[in-house]
Structures are given as C-alpha cells and as structure tokens.
Write a protein that binds this ligand. Structure first.
Ligand code: SF4
Ligand code: SF4
Length: 240
C-alpha cells in the first residue's frame, strides 16, 4: 500500500516542482492509527499559497488530476516528466521497426491505441494512456517505448497518428489488404530464395487477398478437389 502511495507522492512532487512553488518537500506520507496525531499533522501541512485561484474539480480522476495540475503549474510548464511506472504518459513508436501488425491495438485496455478501418494506421490518444505497458510487451518488433509524463497541451486530448502506410492492392481484384511495404518485403525474401516459391504462380498467392487466394488455390492444377470423390474410409469392421 505505502509503495503505491509513495509513487503518487513522487508524481505530485514532480508536478509541484514544475509549478515553481519550491514546495515539493511538503508532501509526506503520514502513517498513523491515531486520529488526533493525524489531524494535527494534516492541518500543519495545509498552505493556501499553493492554489493561485479557486478551481472547479469535475469529471473522472484523470480529468481532476489534469485540472488541478494546470491550476498549480499555470503557464510554467506544458509537459511534466514523471517517474517510471506513473499512470500518465505517451508511447514512442519506432516507425522504422513498426510493421503495422496492429497487435498492440487489439490489447490496449483503454482504447488509447486505435486503428483506421480504411488503411494501415496506428493512432494514439495520450490522455487515455495509463502506461500499463501491455503494448510495449506485446509488440513483436520491440518498437514501443513508454514515456511517463503529464502533457498539459490540448493535443494530448485528441488522437494523433503515430505511424501510417499505404495498403497493398490485391493483384487479382485490386481490393486493398495488408501493408504494402510488408508484402513487398515478404515477396523479395521468398523470391529466388525459397524452393516452394520458384514458380511465379505461388508467389502471386502472397500478393492476393484472402478470398482471391482461396479461389486461386481451388482452381490450381494441383488442387486436392480435382482428384475426384474422396475414397471411402475403411475400418477393420469392413473386413469381418
Ligand atoms: S507498434 Fe508493434 S505491435 Fe504495434 S503495430 Fe507496430 S509492430 Fe505491431
Ligand atoms: S501503455 Fe497500455 S494504455 Fe497505454 S497505449 Fe499501451 S496498452 Fe494502451
């Protein structure tokens, strides 16, 4: 319990430091079972100098934290660095590593990460990110890094695109699917390198959407469906 409270105190100290009040040492953890001792301690700590103007605290916990931080910090600082494991912050994506597999999006518990139904795209809303680290641990390309901070700019409230690419167009029906650079990379790795893909028809399957690939395999000369009726399965009962 006290370790999570200590983290919250560290977060508040960073906010107070950014406010320029030089009062960050006022924050202390009071651990006592004696209510009188607690009351005496807490009244001794209250300072009206910290709040410049009265503020109305409404909304959820995150909105209240944001409003209170803005009231304390004012125009002094727009991005406040926070200690590791703080529940506020952004993610940094290495676009050279990211293949837009979208695995991180499917596991993000707060929808801070979202895709675009029309093209391969990784979108992020900083205010919704709780820095749980699931995306960082899930990414197969180790392309994600967490960056704990409180961003007081309004841009943190809206979605921004971290990475985006053109989709690949199916060579049979022209329907967009997958990521262009990824399909091209797979084709160049298989072409002239893998014995199964010496035939250009096999390589064309990689460049087709799911429907066209199944259709092409069904009509292929080696399709198992061309071998007529499936032979009847015989068991020992048939020979008795
Ligand atoms: S950041 Fe990683 S998990 Fe997310 S889309 Fe890119 S490669 Fe996939
Ligand atoms: S750290 Fe957690 S909340 Fe933030 S984007 Fe990643 S999965 Fe979503």
């Amino acid at each position: 319990m006290s370790s999570s409270l200590n983290l919250q105190i560290e977060i508040c100290k960073n906010i107070l430091k950014a406010s320029g009040t030089k009062n960050e040492d006022r924050l202390k953890l009071i651990e006592t079972m004696d209510p009188d001792f607690f009351e005496k301690k807490i009244y001794g700590q209250i300072s009206k100098e910290l709040i410049r103007e009265p503020i109305l605290l409404v909304g959820n916990k995150r909105e209240i934290t944001r409003t209170a931080t803005k009231a304390l910090v004012g125009e002094n600082e727009e991005v406040i660095k926070l200690p590791d494991t703080s529940p506020y912050g952004e993610i940094i994506v290495d676009t050279n590593k990211c293949t837009l597999c979208l695995a991180c999006i499917s596991l993000c518990p707060t929808n801070a990460l979202e895709d675009n139904a029309d093209k391969p795209e990784l979108n992020f809303t900083e205010n919704a990110c709780i820095q749980c680290g699931i995306c960082e641990n899930t990414c197969p390309e180790t392309a994600i890094k967490l960056n704990p901070q409180i961003n007081l700019n309004n841009e943190a409230l809206s979605q921004k695109t971290l990475h985006s690419e053109e989709p690949f167009e199916c060579i049979s029906c022209n329907r967009p699917f997958g990521v262009k650079s990824t399909i091209n990379r797979i084709v160049s790795k298989l072409e002239n390198n893998h014995w199964m893909y010496q035939d250009s028809k096999k390589l064309d399957l990689v460049k087709m959407c799911d429907d066209c690939r199944v259709n092409a395999q069904y009509h292929d000369e080696n399709s198992p469906f061309k071998y007529g009726e499936k032979p009847k399965i015989r068991t020992t009962d048939d020979y008795q």
